[in-house]
Design a protein around this ligand. Structure first.
Ligand SMILES: NC(=O)C1=CN([C@@H]2O[C@H](COP(=O)(O)OP(=O)(O)OC[C@H]3O[C@@H](n4cnc5c(N)ncnc54)[C@H](OP(=O)(O)O)[C@@H]3O)[C@@H](O)[C@H]2O)C=CC1
Ligand SMILES: O=C(O)C(=O)Cc1ccc(O)cc1
Length: 451
């Protein structure tokens, strides 16, 4: 335990450097400087003039480039695009102050650690971090992974912990290998699922919230729409980087696409018994030990719809039952890969917890799985949507396994363009929905497996 006096002494004498003043870099720069740390930042040199104006009243200092950050800082954090980490560390790493600590914020740690080992002077320690949430989420209580990879100075680790403590996140200590395996299981496959939903809607050119109360209506559907659009309102490189640069993520995303394909084949072949047996096995494996309350309650999600329709507008219609292929496929892929998603709660993002929450709801609400299987076999209202979903899941999987950043960008941006007019509204509703889910789940009523 570091004394308050020591922390005050560090605050008076040490400098935190941030290279990359994008969404996450800015979040850290503001939080650290608000907590009383001296912070010095840069973004790309050509943006210096513009950024100087934009941050004229900020508490942190802005300098022209990463060399100037590196020369002065006692802890340097690279908060840049994953695909450029090697190039950027190669550029500024050798300017790191003697005996400094270096880390990064990229979402997959293997390429980051390789870049540090390759380009940093041997006298630098390597202690890296990953906040498991987006820049607009309250950092308090969210997991923050800290990886103490190479420490030769006794104070380095305590120092980084003290700096990070102002975020009030839940600090989780892992190796970079553990981190990458877990985030492949959690983040990468969650994104693949919601990216595939959005791509399928864009391909068949439907805005699912405009179809009245017949289709895509209700709490589970609101989650699918809101989270999918939330992902498409972000920067493509965040999702591309964490999937493409993490080898374990390729296998995960491929399994997700394979599960979706195989379950869909059983649906179109009307193999009800085989489908039921397969899903019950998956249910037993993933949810067999579940006790206590569900992570999510469908009714609290009802109101977060982009739709202007309500059931009372249209009393003769009732929602068509969905086959929920995207949710069946994730539970099946956890089963096929032998992953217990609850093991990863300690190191999970809000989106993963929500994805697990809706899957759990589908499998554990009495009668809902049976109703879903019945719909998948006997009511083909969603069959065309499911076909597009399967094609999309396989396309995302191919793009990721071929490590094709350009194609990823193209595919992402074409869907983004389709949803563009709705993204601000979707983000607003999505933020409210996530806030409600997170606040409900913080309370004691969330049961043993807090979201
Ligand atoms: N967004 C999120 O939800 C999260 C992201 N992360 C990870 O954090 C990292 C940063 O993400 P995020 O902040 O969202 O992305 P941003 O694109 O917002 O930020 C990255 C910033 O780095 C800048 N940059 C590029 N090259 C240089 C350079 N040579 N010197 C200085 N700055 C440079 C970029 O400028 P330009 O755009 O002009 O190239 C950009 O402003 C990524 O690796 C991401 O995977 C981690 C947790 C959450
Ligand atoms: O919660 C999610 O999965 C997000 O989409 C936000 C996000 C993106 C990248 C990260 O490395 C961590 C969090």
């Amino acid at each position: 335990m570091v004394s308050e006096e020591k922390i005050q002494q560090w605050k008076a004498t040490k400098i935190i450097g941030i290279i990359g003043l994008g969404d996450m870099g800015l979040l850290y720069a503001n939080r650290f400087s608000d907590a009383g740390w001296k912070v010095i930042c840069c973004d790309r040199e050509e943006l210096y003039g513009e950024l100087k104006e934009r941050h004229a009243f900020a508490k942190f200092e802005l300098v022209k480039n990463g060399h100037l950050v590196s020369r002065k800082s006692d802890y340097i954090i690279y908060s840049v695009e994953a695909s450029n980490i090697n190039k950027i560390v190669a550029m500024y790493g050798p300017s790191s102050k003697v005996g400094t600590i270096v880390g990064g914020q990229t979402s997959c740690k293997l390429p980051e650690i390789e870049a540090f080992e390759q380009h940093l002077p041997k006298d630098c320690d390597i202690i890296t971090v990953h906040s498991l949430h987006g820049p607009k989420v309250d950092t308090e209580g969210q997991p923050l992974v800290i990886i103490n990879h190479r420490s030769q100075y006794s104070e380095s680790f305590d120092f980084v912990n003290s700096v990070m403590s102002c975020l009030k996140s839940k600090q989780v200590y892992l190796t970079y290998e553990e981190h990458d395996k877990i985030t492949a299981d959690t983040q990468a496959v969650t994104h693949a699922a919601f990216l595939s939903m959005g791509a399928a809607w864009a391909k068949i050119k439907i805005y699912p919230w405009t179809l009245g109360i017949n289709k895509w209506y209700g709490g589970l559907e609101n989650v699918k729409v809101n989270i999918s659009l939330r992902i498409y309102s972000n920067k493509w490189h965040v999702y591309a980087g964490l999937a493409i640069t993490n080898p374990s993520a390729h296998q995960q995303i491929l399994q997700y696409a394979t599960s979706a394909t195989e379950l869909f084949s059983l649906m179109i072949d009307n193999k009800e018994q085989e489908l039921t047996e397969r899903l019950l096995k998956a249910k037993k494996f993933v949810f067999g030990k579940h006790t206590g309350l569900l992570l999510l309650d469908d009714t609290i999600l009802e109101k977060y719809s982009l739709s202007k329709n309500t059931v009372s507008d249209d009393t003769n219609s009732k929602p068509l039952p969905n086959s929920h292929l995207s949710l069946l496929a994730i539970v099946d892929s956890w089963y096929q890969l032998g992953i217990d998603p609850y093991d990863h709660m300690i190191c999970s993002t809000p989106l993963f917890r929500i994805f697990l929450g809706v899957s759990e709801y589908l499998f554990l609400t009495p009668g809902l799985l049976e109703q879903t299987i019945d719909a998948a076999i006997h009511d083909k209202s969603f069959i065309k949507d499911d076909l597009e979903f399967v094609v999309s899941a396989r396309e995302w999987s191919s793009v990721v396994s071929f490590a094709n950043f350009e194609l990823y960008k193209k595919q992402f941006q074409s869907v983004q363009k389709f949803f563009e007019p709705m993204l601000p509204e979707a983000n607003r509703i999505g933020n409210e929905m996530i806030k409600t889910i997170l606040s409900h789940s913080k309370g004691p009523s969330a049961g043993e497996k807090n979201i």
